[in-house]
Design a protein around this ligand. Structure first.
Ligand code: ZN
Length: 389
């Protein structure tokens, strides 16, 4: 029986979207070197801020000539700007500082994961939101038209060239932005990315909302290279980075932990028909209705502890298998942030082997609040269009 040839291609380069490279692992071919070097310059300025061409040469390991050439090209393209000279005490000509032209282009981010609204924002290249819009969730027949209209309005709000449009959506999304399945919207095998690109005539990148969220946490939230982000809203999903690489899974459904059954003692009935799914314990509607039924503070504490324990049970094998160092929770802090997170940590520690006492997995709330998917959508565009993440 023939054995498949070893994979030498950039297998991870399209983890969520075209051209995505969070951590470049593959060998760089000569014909890709210029694009790679260009991304390296942008990436260095993105993370370290203004510096001279000599600094850039030292930081990137590229020659002064190559740097001068690339910087000239990036200035002409409007991605880099000269921003003045460095204060200098010594003799000689003061160095000219260059930086990412953070306001020279804009990114449009859309978050389709809300229960009642689609939200969108205009972002600068460093992920700051400068304009927002939201629209009520439309009926099933008007979904795409509503998304297009929202994106057009935001492009009009941008007042600068738009680098691209990033979209975080519920459902399983393949690496070409095709919605494999999104039951809430009735989408199956629907090429949302192409539909939006044709309507808007701009680069569009579409990914699952939790996968977008973990990118925001990685780029803007200081998450480590091995991190799982659990997103709790109307449903429950997660996004996973390992060694700085997004994990998509064999059928693009990595991280879909919402319908894993936790425990053998039954539990609430889930929208999918099973009982005791993680989502049935943990989703915002489920937590809210069980808290409303609780008669006193002790009963409410019990509801949160119970949900935290179920989360810990669901995550323990994941932590044990993958050795992620941090779990980030995204959702309403008043539900997730206190007893629920504490109990999840306790359960996780009881059910996994920590290398040493203080080395257990960390569980924390995101600091990105409700903007996490919008900012993750911006990272998709930065990564896809500029190679910056
Ligand atoms: Zn379920």
């Amino acid at each position: 029986m023939p054995i498949d040839a070893p994979q030498t291609s950039t297998a991870n380069a399209r983890a969520f979207a075209p051209g995505r490279t969070l951590r470049q692992g593959a060998k760089v071919l000569p014909e890709h070197a210029r694009g790679h070097n260009r991304a390296l310059v942008l990436q260095t300025l993105f993370h370290q801020g203004a510096m001279s061409r000599a600094d850039l040469s030292r930081e990137t390991g590229l020659t002064r000539v190559t740097i001068s050439d690339l910087v000239a090209e990036l200035i002409a393209d409007g991605f880099v700007a000269e921003i003045g000279v460095r204060e200098s005490s010594g003799p000689g000509k003061p160095a000219i500082l260059v930086d990412l032209d953070r306001s020279g282009h804009r990114i449009v981010g859309l978050d389709l994961s809300g229960s009642d609204t689609f939200i969108g924002a205009v972002l600068t290249l460093d992920g700051n939101i400068v304009a927002r819009r939201e629209v009520a969730l439309p009926g099933a027949d008007d979904l795409v038209a509503t998304v297009v209209e929202l994106a057009r309005a935001l492009v009009a709000d941008s007042h600068a060239p738009v680098l691209g449009i990033g979209v975080g959506t519920p459902g399983v999304v393949d690496d070409h932005g095709v919605i494999v399945t999104a039951p809430n919207f009735g989408w199956a095998g629907f090429d949302l990315e192409t539909a939006l690109r044709r309507a808007l005539d701009l680069p569009v990148l579409v990914a699952n909302d939790a996968n977008a969220a973990v990118l925001a946490e990685y780029t803007f939230g200081g998450a480590p290279d091995d991190v799982l982000l659990v997103k709790v809203g109307r449903g429950v999903g997660s996004g996973l980075l390992l060694a700085g690489q997004p994990m998509r899974g064999s059928r693009f459904a990595a991280g879909e932990i919402g319908h894993v059954t936790v425990g053998t003692d039954g539990g609430p009935r889930c929208a999918c028909g099973k009982v005791g799914c993680l989502e049935a314990w943990l989703s915002v509607p489920s937590l809210t209705s069980r808290l409303a039924e609780a008669s006193d503070p002790a009963a409410r504490e019990g509801v949160l502890r119970d949900a935290g324990e179920r989360l810990g049970i669901a995550l323990a094998p994941v932590v044990g298998t993958l050795d992620v160092s941090e779990i980030v929770l995204s959702g309403p802090t008043e539900l997730l942030g206190g007893s629920l997170a504490d109990q999840a940590v306790e359960t996780l520690r009881a059910r996994t082997l920590a290398p040493s006492h203080d080395d257990g997995v960390r569980v924390r709330m995101t600091a990105q609040g409700q903007d996490i998917v919008l900012r993750g959508a911006a990272v998709m565009v930065l990564s896809g269009q500029l190679g910056v993440s």
